[in-house]
Design a protein around this ligand. Sequence first.
Ligand code: C6P
Length: 405
Amino acid sequence: MRDPRADFPILGEPVHGRRLVYLDSAATTQKPRQVIEAVADYYRRLNANVHRGAYDLAVRATEAYEDARAAVAAFVGAPDPRGVVFVRGTTEALNLAASSLGRLKVRAGDGIVVTAMEHHSNLIPWQLLAQERAARLEMVELTPQGELDVDGYRRALERRPKIVAFTHVSNVLGTINPVAELARLAHEAGAVVVVDGAQAVPHLAVNVAELGADLYAFSGHKMLGPMGVGVLVGTPELLDAMPPYHGGGEMIRTVQDTTATYAPIPHKFEAGTPNVAGAVGLKAAIAYLGALGMAEVAAHERALTGYARERLAAIEGLRLYGPEERAGVVSFTLADIHPHDLATIVDSEGVAIRAGHHCAQPLMRRLDVPATARASFYVYNTREDVDALAGALEKARALFGYARA
Ligand code: C6P
């Protein structure tokens, strides 16, 4: 992969007088100037509301928005751009899925299956739905290595749930779930499959049609794109059958005093003025990632993650969580130093990592920790960044009075 660092202006901004070592891309990624420029250029030259105006500028803004939809469809292998719904992010996509699928499919006593490695965004919407419908929410456990217990998953499917929702890649453990196999098993059991792809689409070549997910969610801001734009990809047949989520402008065909008919997909799910600049920025991010090559992006992260695991494992008292085979996320604790203290100390060295429960409290309970520290990698990270993290962690050890090994 070519070295893209010069494209990211923020990497030139010093932190505490030091070089910024940004290791929190699972939270949000930095933006290349190509994306920043695409957003600025949209506002400079194209801005108008979409799908409404008859004037030229509005037509061109609408074209830019719909071009972005086509680019997203091509990037994730969605056969039909009508299956690409723009939302604010993964969280909104999953709330849309739960709310709408819930009304379509779930009755009292029905089953919904999730896993113990879900981000709260792929858990709370299902909890709310289960409470509302008096449905049964079941959580599939993990193996001690932090992988999904597939036997437990098969057992959960024997109870014929209506919906199965799981993450493609864990934001804490980096575990990559075998989505195609899990989707096939769920379909055999008659369930609809909802996949949280927030940590997958930015890092792996994803083809939703090959994976067999019925609904697949991800966020633009975790893949070099702007904040406030995300995607729910679905099969057109399912999206057609699903009732609307939000009501308002743009999503209707005709409105009577007490009833309405709805626009065809995807517009049925896009009530109100959408984030057009966000979609345009996301298209630029997709073009940027496409030029780097997703296979190269994945290989770069795999190599860096392997190196990080090696460097961190050599630090005495450091404990790594999650399986060996994984995406570019490394969670750890160091002796009994609180992860928040660790993050603060390494920050003073210019190293940005995340500490906390990572919006995955059920998983933290299973790991038997209140929190972990987490480093996550992307296209602009290097082995020097990993060395900087390892050095900063050694300093933290010394500061807390642990002797050097
Ligand atoms: N995880 C992290 O630091 P939004 O906020 O809607 O863009 O994405 C939510 C979300 C959903 N699923 C997974 C697997 C995620 O990792 C995230 C976001 C960030 O891990 C912020 S908590």
